[in-house]
Design a protein around this ligand. Structure first.
Ligand SMILES: Nc1ncnc2c1ncn2[C@@H]1O[C@H](COP(=O)(O)OP(=O)(O)O)[C@@H](O)[C@H]1O
Ligand SMILES: O=C(O)C1=C[C@@H](OP(=O)(O)O)[C@@H](O)[C@H](O)C1
Ligand SMILES: [Mg+2]
Length: 170
C-alpha cells in the first residue's frame, strides 16, 4: 500500500491556509510546512522585508524554488502563500506531487479576516475598508482560474481540520 500523501492548501490571503494547515497536520500526525515561514527562515527576514528589499518578482522566484526544493518526506501538510499557485508551473507541480485543496471564500469574508493582519502582507498594507474589499475582489478574479485547478474545492466558511480529513478520506 502507498501511504504517501502531501496535502497542499491553496487560496487567497486570509482564507486560513496557515491556521488550518497547522491544525490539519497535527490531526493527521503529518509534518507541517508553511512556505512563507520557510522563506522567512531561509532569507533571515520577513516576507514584508523581502518584498521591500528585493521586489515581488524576486519573491515569486524564491517561493517557487522553496516549493520545489523542500524535502517533504512521505507525508506532509503544506500551506502555500496566496499568490504561489498563480506563477510559473507551480499549480501543475503541486497537482503532480500531492493533493491540492482550494479554500474558497468571498472577498467580503477575506477582507474582514485581513483587516487586522494586513501589515504582514505587503500587497494589502495600505488598503482600508471598501478599498480593501475592491482590491481583493479584483485580485481574486485574476487568480480564480488558477485556484480552480485544485483537485478539491472546499467552502472556507466553517471549514475545520476534521472536515478536511473526512474530505481527504473521500
Ligand atoms: N476558520 C477561521 N475563522 C475565522 N478566522 C480565521 C479562520 N482561520 C483563520 N482565521 C483568521 O484569519 C486570518 C488569516 O489566517 P491565516 O491562517 O494567516 O490565512 P492565510 O495563511 O490563508 O493567509 C488570521 O487572523 C486568522 O486568525
Ligand atoms: O497572495 C499573495 O500574493 C501573498 C500571500 C502571502 O501569504 P498568505 O496567503 O499566507 O497571506 C505571502 O506569500 C505574500 O504576502 C504574498
Ligand atoms: Mg499563510
Amino acid at each position: 500500500m502507498n501511504n504517501s500523501q502531501i496535502v497542499f492548501l491553496i487560496g487567497f490571503m486570509g482564507c486560513g491556509k496557515t491556521t488550518l494547515g497547522r491544525k490539519l497536520a497535527s490531526r493527521l500526525g503529518y509534518p507541517f510546512f508553511d512556505l512563507d515561514h520557510l522563506l522567512e527562515e531561509q532569507a533571515g527576514m520577513s516576507v514584508t522585508e523581502y518584498f521591500s528589499s528585493f521586489g515581488e518578482t524576486a519573491f515569486r522566484l524564491a517561493e517557487a524554488e522553496i516549493l520545489k526544493q523542500t524535502a517533504y518526506g512521505e507525508t506532509a501538510v503544506v500551506s502555500t502563500g496566496g499568490g504561489l499557485p498563480c506563477h510559473f508551473d507551480n499549480m501543475d507541480w503541486m497537482n503532480a506531487h500531492g493533493k491540492t485543496i482550494y479554500i474558497q471564500l468571498s472577498p467580503k469574508t477575506l477582507a474582514s479576516r485581513l483587516e487586522h493582519g494586513k501589515e504582514h502582507r505587503p500587497l494589502l498594507r495600505d488598503k482600508h475598508g471598501d478599498e480593501l474589499v475592491t482590491f481583493i475582489a479584483e485580485k481574486l478574479a485574476e487568480r480564480e482560474s488558477f485556484y480552480q485547478l485544485a483537485q478539491i474545492i472546499a467552502d472556507g466558511i466553517s471549514l475545520t481540520a476534521e472536515r478536511v480529513e473526512e474530505i481527504l478520506k473521500g
